[in-house]
Design a binder for this molecule. Sequence first.
Ligand code: COA
Length: 423
Amino acid sequence: MPAKLILEDKTIELPIFVGTEGEKAVDVTKLRAETGYVTLDSGYMDTGACTSAITFLDGEQGILKYRGYSIEEIAEKSNFIEASYLVIHGRLPKEDELKKFQAKIASYDDVPQGIKEMIKIFPKDAHPMGILSSNMSALSAYYPDLLVQDLSPEQKETVMAQLMGQLKVMAAYAYRHQQGKEYIKSDKNLDYCSDFIYMMTGNKNVDKEVAKALDILLVLHVDHEQNCSTSTVRMVGSSKANMFATISAGIDALWGPLHGGANQAVLEMLEEIKDSGKGYKDFLAEVKDKNSGSRLMGFGHRVYKNFDPRAKIIKVACDSVLAKLGVQDPLLDIAKGLEEVALKDEYFVSRKLYPNVDFYSGIIYRALGIPTNMFTVMFAMGRLPGWMAQWKEMVEQPGFKICRPRQIYVGETTNKYKDIKSR
Ligand code: COA
């Protein structure tokens, strides 16, 4: 049954589109052509910008699935490289396919000399997300054969493995630069997360549980359907901009404190509470006051209005990693206290504000010795395969078009130009 829309004296029928999980959409693709009207939906709260077979999430019920597999099962049984293959290729790899994919990623164990030098010219206190997005964009200069409008299937495979390998290298190099230390060359014999920790710290005997905790964090970040950075990747990629520019834009979008930057903001908030000696109640009173301009970082989500399934998994991983490392972190106690009080507070309950993935991830990163301003970089490493899977899906979809939303103009209509002296 199509939807019926009454506009002035006319009734028009709009087709209903139903997804495989039963989500329903009113298809308005012909609305403007047939009526002259467009839809108005600031912040895209109710707009489905595409169809996608990669990730399903149900914010009301706290469900997240990659290619039909629940996030709980993937986090427990799979790993970051396999989950990346899954989202990119649409199915779990066979043993030899996984090995090949892993080896291809590991073969990109370095970046061009120019990129290494570029990292060094940044001030040591530069935010690594800025370094990373510049590096990513600058990589385009070194791979001109990948700048063609339409990549072949082999080129797509190559560039996706390349970026997974090289983003890890650039992230570790940015960290070493920040610390004023020499770069450490990647070790192909280590798994992805152990190698990353090795490149950051120089420690080759990475504890298996620590590497696993980091791997779980990356798995949880692999994809999250049409969030701000993924939509940015689709938007930029839709102009057929090259992969480096497209992913660089995704990194920039992720940087914001309302998106990927929230994990850093959570830690800063916990530190502020600790240093100021504020009690939870005082702090919560502050975030509930609209004039204060502050929010309880790590709480609330555009889509999850019940609980964030990733936060549940992280909370468990967080407890086990801290126990394993013997870390007593007062910030974790503050986080737990805040969570407990907030979850009983009418303000948060009535607005359906629950801890999100960022609430606990920062504590784990901190326990692993990763500095606060590298947290969002970790998120970018985790999200990269999702960005690429979404890009691949978009460019391979029949009838794909450049993304170009409309607007409703509300500005002046009849101004007349005045000479500068008479304004
Ligand atoms: N602390 C205090 N109040 C919050 C809040 C938070 N973290 N998140 C939302 N609210 C309040 C808003 O002030 C608003 O209140 P009102 O209805 O009285 O005006 C209401 O809850 C709805 O918020 P809104 O900003 O419209 O929700 P949204 O869906 O647009 O925003 C976020 C979602 C994630 C941007 C928002 O919850 C937020 O800023 N959270 C903190 C940052 C964060 O952790 N981001 C990571 C997301 S994974």
